[in-house]
Design a protein around this ligand. Sequence first.
Ligand code: NDP
Ligand code: HEM
Length: 501
Amino acid sequence: MTDKPRLTTTAGAPVSSNQNSKTVGPNGPVLLEDYQLIEKLAHQNRERVPERVVHAKGWGAYGTLTVTEDITRYSRAKLFSEVGKKTEMLARFSTVAGEQGAADAERDVRGFALKFYTEEGNWDLVGNNTPVFFVADPYKFPDFIHTQKRHPRTNLRSATAMWDFWSLCPESLHQVTILMSDRGIPVDPSRMNGYGSHTFSLWNDKGERFWVKFHFKTKQGHKTFTNEEAEGVIAKSRESYQEALYGMIEDGRFPAWDFYIQAMPEAEAEEFERKTGWSAFDLTKVWPHSQYPLIKVGVMELNRNPENYFAEIEQSAFNPSNVVPGIGFSPDKMLQGRLFSYPDAHRYRIGTHYESLEVNKPRCPVHHYNRDGTTPFGLRTNPDAYYEPNSFDGPVEDPSVEEPPHRYSGDVGRYEYRAEADHYSQPRALFALFDEAHRQRLFKTLAGAMQGVPQFIVDRQLAHFDKVDPAYGAGVREALAEQGKDDAQASLTTSHAAAAE
Ligand code: NDP
Ligand code: HEM
């Protein structure tokens, strides 16, 4: 006898052996009645769920948001209600393009997804480590992602597809410049910032709305790899982010980020557009700090590793449409598209009742009238109040949490964006921040990423770099010529070696 718990079937009956299947004689065939053997094999076949269509490779941990400043003048959200308030949260970081087995230290945008378990429901901020994005209309997101995934014929990533798309969509220039800059390969998730990226809204007790941007600034400081350093890391480990994040939390070196907002009174958005020419809701643009300085909110710390990666990180479902009273959306088209896309992905990927999974479950009472469907686990409902309105004490609405009305007007139509917008000023402001050594690394990385791309596509992209700054285009041209020379040299060496054999 032992103190260990007794192994049972999933139906709870004790299991006599987990070592030897039931056979006819020692070498004989197995019996269909050995249900535990069948159960084990069948269950294994169902161990995987579809990986996320984007952001498949990820690393996550739990933590706490602590409010350090009073922002109740902007928002009535309970998580901001008083200085010192702590809210439990979950973070999942990710790369965008690679599959689940991709190497962590690849150059890519990083996902920065946060779930705050507030007393009035979950608030999910599903951002990235960059403040902008490649496209400005959700119509173009599937096309963009196709260029990041494998080519249908070769089953390889295609530099031609990427640069063809980017050069035809100049709104991508800002994000492409960040991606190809030093910030394109953070050393680990603790060494990067996070941004909500979109414009969201906050609304206060008086019903006033502010447009806001969310920023999380690393307290560890930025640290990044060059391409060469990253190649060295990947040669040794494809799991460098998982090792780093898991390790630092196990060691008690808890990573933390300062949490800030930028805030714009609702009525000011039109003036901002008049003055700058940029829409306050354009995801390819930032709000300059000089006009909208950062306002401190609090500190986010990650301090607990998950116990079960699959249950808590793979099955986590972050959803931009999860907001709480005091936090709202904005007219940003991309954000509006995402409000549909994520819950749709979750229902497909992890099932109708994904919000009832332990990791996604709100830490506050949940009452609704959605019923039945596949595995509706854990839903306790009043059996007589299964429709609404009813006379049997079923849950009722609370008009006090209605957000202030939005004032939208305009003619319905498909508005041309690409031809008219300014795609160059903000990348120019970013390029101006880079010192000469950073610029040289940017040029080299870009030239490396363009290898094998047809010249007419390269030329189209170079014309965009020229419009940002003639030094940008000239630098990339020079780096391309340099790499062309290296390639010619390499092929000469190879052909000499081949001739010598
Ligand atoms: P500021 O000089 O006030 O701020 C510059 C910002 O650039 C800082 O937030 C800094 O982040 C960030 N930064 C520095 N290097 C990089 C890089 N390689 N990739 C991405 N971000 C970087 O300038 P402005 O507010 O006027 O903006 C100028 C440009 O800075 C923008 O066009 C945009 O490209 C970039 N930027 C602006 C942000 C904003 O919200 N205004 C946010 C992030 C970038 P950190 O403080 O962490 O070093
Ligand atoms: C993941 C769609 C733009 C950040 C996903 C997923 C989908 C998706 C379907 C997988 C969800 C899942 O299976 O759980 C879209 C669409 C977009 C868009 C349609 C544009 C219209 C963006 C932008 C950002 C972003 C602009 C950041 C600012 C993320 C992150 C994840 C993700 C961080 C991973 C979340 C996690 O860790 O589970 N996206 N996306 N996406 N997306 Fe987007």
